[in-house]
Design a binder for this molecule. Sequence first.
Ligand SMILES: [Zn+2]
Length: 243
Amino acid sequence: MRLFDTHCHFEDLGTIGEIVSRAREAGVERILAVGGSANLNATALAAMREHGCLAALGYDRDQVDAERPPIDVEGLSAWGEIGLDYHYSPETRERQCSLFSEELEKARKLDLPVVIHTREADDDTLSILRSIPSRGIIHSYTGTPRFARELLDLGFYISFSGIVTFRAADNVRESAAYVPLDRILIETDSPFLAPVPMRGRRNEPAFIRHTCSFLAELRGIGADAFAELAFANAEAALGIAQS
Ligand SMILES: [Zn+2]
């Protein structure tokens, strides 16, 4: 089985090597290291340059008031994560929208796919994505099938994290059963959201097989077949050559 973790944050430079080598042992052939802040951008860049990961860099919605040093774009596979979250910080809505638009414009100029976080911000997400044509991934999806339909119609791939394995996440399972098999992705969102049966531990890419098996069963196909189709979808979403 070969697996593709489409969303991983590395917290510190010193542990990237060991995390990546445990992932390789677990069959995770590719990891998209994702930034979003100056610190996460630095670890994602190191993961790309020194540990064979792919990288997405950008500035996320929680960085509206932070320092946002310019990004070295060489070698990037995507731009992100970027997006909107009104669950944690509804008071910064306007500034989140303008940062999100700016980041989408940068990705468009660079012709890179984007990695988008969206929570309790369906309407603004859709209206901004309709005004700035973009392609890429909606990550750790927790929205409704109806919102997913709109995002699919805009051409996005939809990625599910370990949340789909959580007992209370029936709504997420409903969406995971809905997304077409040629547009679905899997991710860890490490170090957060470890899937059952690892829940409560610090998450890492090696744990993605649990989410893979869970989704395969939900969709009624074998885990190997599901891993393979999710792998091919991730390559297509990032516009990298099929391997
Ligand atoms: Zn993330």
